[in-house]
Design a binder for this molecule. Structure first.
Ligand code: SF4
Length: 486
């Protein structure tokens, strides 16, 4: 039996009984003197802060507040609370006037069982085979997916890991997603691959090596970019790359410049002239391959073509690895110090590499019951979002809405206010979501019009936390441009 003084939280399916002075299982709600309270402050975006304007002490705001949020205040869903079950109206449905048009913002902390993280890790270093499991604390929480240009990609979370495995798998998945979305560092390991420490907006650390740069391009692209700078200073250049290794004398860029044949013979599979696949196994050494010795990807030079003294530069796609050779009388490459004339081109490769970072995109589906907290006719919200009549934001940050059914969205967590995410032990992630649309459109959706209240009815409130909007984000209340129908 619950404690007499305990109160029941009904903000998620767990339905905790919470004793006085204690918090519920998710630490988001607490029993404060018999009242159920949301523990974290409710976050408000306040343009006055970014303008360097003085922050009016909350208790003094009463004199200044005109109830108009166009002036630069946006109520986010962070700390706003959740309604459960969803047929209840969202916690805040706030009216505003934007350029003379009556608007509504519906604000709720959504509980997402269908959610995950797409993780982009800027590195050529091999993390592991595609499709292999990614683990945290030994539990499978996702997998390696298709790599992109200069980046390894992981797909983490999703309903199968959250709910379809053991209880521990679900909890570790939820904890890892929460940490990543809130900007914390997480250690992951890939089956038959590397271990990697990732954190949004920070360089990855692969097998204890902190990545500095992402590659300038594949080996072929690097040849194309720098061929002119090498012309006349060296006879042959090999840009070592796990995907496409480039060879200057055979490459179209070398041909157009008139670079003569050198008799070089590459291992791997020739794709097109000067472009070779699979010169080595993937790894964490030269150009994302497993080679420590660059000469290991060469067969002996063609004796009919090569000549003693031939100058050969081998370099990786980041310029991190480089070696210079000259052929001896037996046409064997002998390593020599990199000539000054070539140092600049290697430095230029490094200079053209962008800093290696980790990018965390939260992906969730608001196409389910969450919509019922916005309107009694949920599919109309989906249509309205699809037609761009309703703007979706996460903590005020813009989202990308996937085409097709439902409201499946992605948001870059680094564009959101800090600690915007929470969790419930079902397990599921809690993410802020706001829907902003014209009041007339909201009425047309079957929205909870009787629940609409002006901002002045909830402001000022000294329990709210005012933060500066991020300059890179569009202002969430700026008029939306309706998408034209095909
Ligand atoms: S887990 Fe959190 S939201 Fe869910 S019932 Fe318990 S206190 Fe409330």
């Amino acid at each position: 039996m619950p404690d007499d003084d305990a109160i029941r939280c009904d903000a998620c399916p767990v339905l905790c009984y919470i004793k006085p002075g204690r918090a519920g299982a998710c630490d988001r709600y607490a029993n404060h003197e018999g009242q159920l309270v949301r523990v974290d402050p409710h976050v408000v975006l306040d343009k006055a802060l970014s303008r360097g304007g003085s922050v009016v002490p909350f208790l003094d705001r009463e004199q200044e507040w005109d109830g108009n949020i166009v002036g630069g205040t946006f109520i986010t869903a962070i700390g706003a609370g959740t309604t459960y079950p969803d047929y209840k109206p969202a916690p805040f449905i706030i009216s505003s006037e934007v350029h003379g048009v009556d608007m509504v913002t519906v604000v709720t902390e959504g509980i997402f069982s269908y959610c995950g993280v797409k993780l982009k890790i800027d590195t050529d270093r091999y993390l592991g085979p595609e499709q292999n499991a990614v683990r945290a604390q030994g539990e499978p929480i996702g997998h390696v997916t298709t790599s992109e240009y200069g980046s390894q990609m992981l797909s983490l979370g999703g309903v199968r890991h959250l709910t379809g495995g053991s209880r521990k798998e679900g909890n570790v998945t939820c904890e890892t997603l929460l940490n990543l979305c809130n900007g914390n560092a997480v250690e992951l390991s890939v089956d038959e691959g590397a271990s990697v420490v990732v954190q949004a907006g920070k360089p990855p650390v692969v097998d204890d090596v902190r990545e500095e740069r992402m590659r300038v391009g594949c080996g072929s692209a690097t040849i194309g970019m720098f061929a002119k700078q090498w012309f006349g200073k060296v006879d042959e250049v090999v840009v070592v790359d796990d995907h496409i290794t480039g060879v200057l004398s055979e490459h179209q860029a070398g041909k157009l410049l008139g670079v003569p044949e050198t008799g070089i013979k590459m291992k791997g599979r020739r794709s097109t002239p000067g472009r070779y696949f699979q010169v080595a196994e993937p790894g964490t050494a030269w150009g994302g391959t497993n080679i420590e010795d660059p000469l290991s990807i060469l067969h002996p030079f063609n004796r009919e073509v090569a000549w003693p003294g031939l100058r050969l530069l081998m370099v990786s796609t980041t310029g991190e690895h480089q070696a210079y050779f000259e052929l001896d009388e037996r046409l064997k490459p002998v390593e020599k110090e990199l000539p000054i004339t070539l140092r600049e081109s290697v430095a230029r490769i490094k200079e053209n590499c962008e800093p290696a970072l980790c990018t965390v995109l939260f992906m969730g589906g608001a196409g389910g019951s969450l919509r019922a907290g916005v309107t009694e006719n949920p599919v109309r919200l989906t249509h309205s979002v699809r037609d761009a009549l309703t703007r979706v934001t996460c903590g005020g940050a813009p989202v990308y809405i996937w085409p097709g059914g439902g409201i499946t969205f992605m948001v870059d967590v680094s564009r959101m206010p800090e600690n915007a995410f929470g969790y419930v032990p079902t397990p599921a992630l809690v993410a802020p979501i706001e829907f902003t649309l014209k009041l007339d459109d909201y009425k047309g959706l079957g929205g909870y019009v009787d629940q609409v209240r002006p901002l002045s009815s909830i402001m000022p409130d000294d329990g709210r936390k005012h933060v500066s909007p991020r300059p890179e984000n569009p202002w969430p209340l700026a008029p939306a441009k309706p998408r034209s129908k095909p």
